[in-house]
Design a binder for this molecule. Structure first.
Ligand code: F6P
Length: 365
């Protein structure tokens, strides 16, 4: 059969935002419109735009000057799920299946493909929409770096850079006041951001969800440093870190969200415990969403651009149901099902963990 070129495609960015989303949009639009004359519609606010048919036509003008800009020009949502759409009824949140509307929008535009840029939640929805007949290519995004099937997600490097800069700043004030400074970073159920920023920022203790900690071990490390004449310490804690036999610290529950749990606050809990246990003055800083904002690093701009180019290759080759991925430094692709199968967490004996342990960094275990 003759290879018919796609005429029109859609793109959406869903889930939590991160630096680099615009770089993907830019690469897709430039290749689609300039090189192949393919029309591109960008749905607003993730799947919400697909459900409500709210979109902007993306041409060269829209894709210009956005490479360095954080966030997403399309907007995003981490609650708009076509299969479980939250609506308020009598002040209560109820969920409706509005997937037919999303499918209708896709058909109305006569799309030849949809590029879904997102993490675990976005790609899980994409895989359902594929079963309902949509042709989808996935692009892996998340600061958490916890998607299976790819070595790296874009956004991670920018988040790690922001966290590292914060740790650097906390170092000087920790030194002046002879304090323990705890910095809490994001990452949800994976400790990648804590591990990487802890290594880059020279953390003395790094606590990640994959290695539950014991207060006693943290105390030992702080005492050891004190004895060696070091009068301050830096602890980098992932928001999902938990004590042995204990639970993660939940900040709030967002009922309308696919994953309702919002973690946060473990740093305060730790600070209180450390002060009680050691008598050393301790302060906690929670970095929060600052890690998701701002301009993407050069590394993320390059990675996101490569992902955008590869996503367009998949569309042109009609390889649907696949997510672009990085293996080593090689661009490849994997079935979306691989990416959403299970979260990619830090192996407890990963080379980074072992290197840090060899240098005396404590993981509280
Ligand atoms: O998945 C990205 C992430 O920033 C996590 O690291 C964090 O736990 C969560 O999203 C925060 O979600 P929200 O933006 O809904 O507060």
């Amino acid at each position: 059969m003759k290879n018919v070129k796609p005429k029109k495609i859609g793109i959406l960015t869903a889930g939590g935002d991160c630096p680099g989303l615009n770089a993907v949009i830019r690469a897709v639009v430039k290749i689609a419109t300039t090189k192949h004359g393919i029309e591109v519609v960008g749905f607003k606010d993730g799947y919400d735009g697909l459900i409500k048919d709210e979109y902007i036509t993306l041409g060269n003008r829209e894709a210009s000057g956005i490479l360095t800009i954080g966030g997403t020009i399309l907007g995003t949502s981490n609650i708009a799920n076509p299969y479980k759409y939250a609506v308020k009824r009598d002040g209560k949140v109820i969920f409706k299946d509005v997937s037919k509307k999303a499918i209708q929008t896709y058909k109305k535009h006569k799309l030849d493909a949809l590029i879904a840029v997102g993490g675990d939640g976005t790609l899980t929805i994409a895989s359902k929409l594929m079963k309902d007949g949509l042709k989808i290519v996935g692009v892996p995004k998340t600061i958490d770096n916890d998607l299976s099937g790819t070595t790296l997600t874009f956004g991670f490097d920018s988040a790690v850079t922001t966290a590292t800069e914060a740790i650097d700043k906390l170092h000087s004030t920790a030194q002046s006041h002879h304090r323990v400074m705890i910095v809490e970073v994001m990452g949800r159920y994976a400790g990648w951001i804590a591990l990487a920023s802890g290594m880059a920022g020279g953390g003395d203790v790094i606590l990640i969800p994959e290695i539950p900690y014991r207060m006693e071990k943290i105390r030992e490390k702080l005492r050891e440093r004190h004895k060696a004449g070091k009068r301050f310490s830096i602890i980098v804690v992932a928001e999902g870190a938990k004590p042995v036999g204990g639970e993660m610290t939940v900040h709030k529950i967002v009922e309308a969200s696919t994953d309702k749990v919002r973690l946060g606050g473990v740093a305060y809990r730790l600070a209180d415990d450390i002060e009680k246990l050691t008598g050393i003055e301790t302060r906690a800083t929670i970095l929060g969403h600052v890690q998701r904002g701002g301009t993407p690093t050069a590394f993320d701009r390059i990675l996101a651009t490569r992902y955008g180019v590869e996503a367009m290759n998949l569309v042109l080759e009609k390889k649907f149901g696949r997510m672009v991925a990085l293996k080593g430094n090689t661009m490849t692709n994997v079935p979306i099902a691989v990416a959403i199968g299970k979260l990619r967490v830090v192996p407890v004996n990963s080379p980074l963990v072992l290197s840090l342990k060899a240098m005396g960094v404590s993981f509280g275990d």
